[in-house]
Design a protein around this ligand. Structure first.
Ligand code: RNT
Ligand code: ZN
Length: 421
């Protein structure tokens, strides 16, 4: 390791000790916390179904940067580069549309065998796998999926959900690690509907059917993801926040949990402010770490105040272990790997920064009613030398420090991704 990095670490250790913070313990917890890497940044949420038709469901990938992965082999090769530059415990998060089959296999026909190569790859890399039903980018998703008025359409998607839970069970078996499934449906309306209740009752019934039919599935957690609106579906979302939260709380099940996506709320609402309320009623939740920008929900995660507030909250609530942390963004306007790795590193770095805060000291001030010290100290620690600890951690893990990893990804671009036509 470079001497300056080591020196920085020694200095930071001494500095943090003044606040009663144990740097090595923070690094250890940070390193052991799984973060689930969304596979869909690598190919603009396309997937590998042998069918035509683009991305739908009110989400869009903009930009035309060359070099996106065109098949599972390329995506996994790119993921190897991501894994290398993203330190710490990882999982891979894949969508049902990333199946591998000889011909076209429809969503209501998918089976564990279509995901065997993903499972082999994950086992080889000692990674857990998380999973997502794909309730979009399909001819039958144009007028709703699990909430569709048409019985046949609804049945089709219920079958998809059932199959996805079984595939989740398969992943858990293969990897020996819990598979976290995220259920998100884009169902909604461009205008405000006259009847806002019936679609919700149908969505509720569909989820009930999926879970009732798959009670035997083991080691799978199910996040229910809400959303405010989608593109082309601006006025009404069937799976709104109130709906999804209501569903999860009413079910009171040990595997059905809330998914909170940072980009899925009104502009002044923040996920960091919701966690303390969610944990008053739930043992777990799933985070989709993302970044909203005006109306868009899926920008590359920045090292910004809200990301830091979310991680602060997890540490203060002592819910780092209870929370399933997953990333969710897609940017096709810049080098996809740099986008991917930047968001992931920011997520891990923010977690490390929060683990390096003097939480016990702050809690003590609060208990004693010393809110002046609580405020003052909470501001002081913001500029503590977290970057020095981060660099040391990355160097120790061989994940690349500063410009190193960027240069390496650029080399990979020149040698591999730029040659893809
Ligand atoms: C969309 C949701 C959802 C998707 C992925 C691809 O707004 O956030 O999680 O991004 O399923
Ligand atoms: Zn999401």
């Amino acid at each position: 390791m470079e001497e300056s990095i080591l020196k920085g670490y020694e200095f930071a250790k001494e500095y943090y000790a003044k606040y009663g913070v144990d740097v090595d313990k923070a690094i250890e917890i940070c390193d052991n916390t799984p973060i689930s890497i969304h596979c869909w940044q690598g190919d603009d949420v396309n997937g590998f179904e042998k069918k035509d038709g683009g991305l739908s469901g009110g989400i869009q990938t903009t930009g035309n940067y060359p070099g996106k992965a065109r098949n599972p082999q390329e995506l996994r090769a790119d993921l190897d580069v991501v894994l290398k530059h993203f330190p710490g415990e990882k999982k891979i998060n894949i969508h049902a549309c990333y199946l591998e089959a000889d011909g076209f296999v429809d969503r209501n026909e998918i089976e564990p065998k279509h995901f065997e190569k993903w499972a082999d790859w994950a086992v080889e890399h000692n990674l857990g796998i998380d999973f997502n039903p794909t309730y979009f980018s399909h001819p039958l998703s144009e007028n709703g999926t699990l909430s569709a008025r048409d019985d046949k359409v609804r049945e089709f998607w219920v079958e998809h959900g059932i199959r996805c839970r079984r595939i989740g069970g398969y992943f858990a078996e293969r990897t020996g690690k819990t598979c976290v499934i995220n259920h998100w449906t884009p169902d909604g309306d461009k205008e405000f509907p006259i009847d806002t209740l019936s679609p919700r009752l149908r969505l509720k019934d569909s989820y009930d059917k999926i879970f009732a039919e798959t009670e035997d599935v083991k080691n799978v957690m199910d996040g229910i993801e809400s959303k405010l609106f989608g593109i082309g579906l601006e006025s009404y979302t069937v799976g709104s926040h109130e709906f999804c939260m209501g569903y999860v709380m009413k079910k009171n099940s040990d595997h059905i949990i809330m998914t909170l996506d940072c980009g899925h709320y009104h502009p002044t609402e923040v996920v960091s402010a919701k966690l303390g309320a969610v944990y008053a009623f739930s043992d777990h939740c799933l985070l989709h770490v993302s970044r909203p920008v005006r109306w868009d929900s899926d920008h590359v995660v920045n090292y910004d105040d809200e990301l830091k507030s979310i991680m602060d909250e997890l540490v203060r609530l002592d819910k780092v272990q209870a929370t399933y942390i997953a990333t969710d963004y897609f940017d096709a306007s810049i080098n996809r790997l740099i986008a991917w790795i930047t968001g992931l590193r920011n997520t891990r770095k923010a977690l490390l920064a929060s683990l390096l805060t003097p939480v016990e000291t702050l809690k003590k001030f609060e208990r004693e009613g010393d809110t002046s010290s609580r405020l003052a100290v909470s501001q002081e620690y913001k500029t503590l030398p977290v970057g020095l600890v981060w660099d040391y951690y990355c160097a120790k893990k061989g994940a690349g420090v500063g410009l190193d990893w960027i240069n390496e990804v650029k080399r990979y671009e020149a040698e591999v991704t730029a040659k893809r036509k």
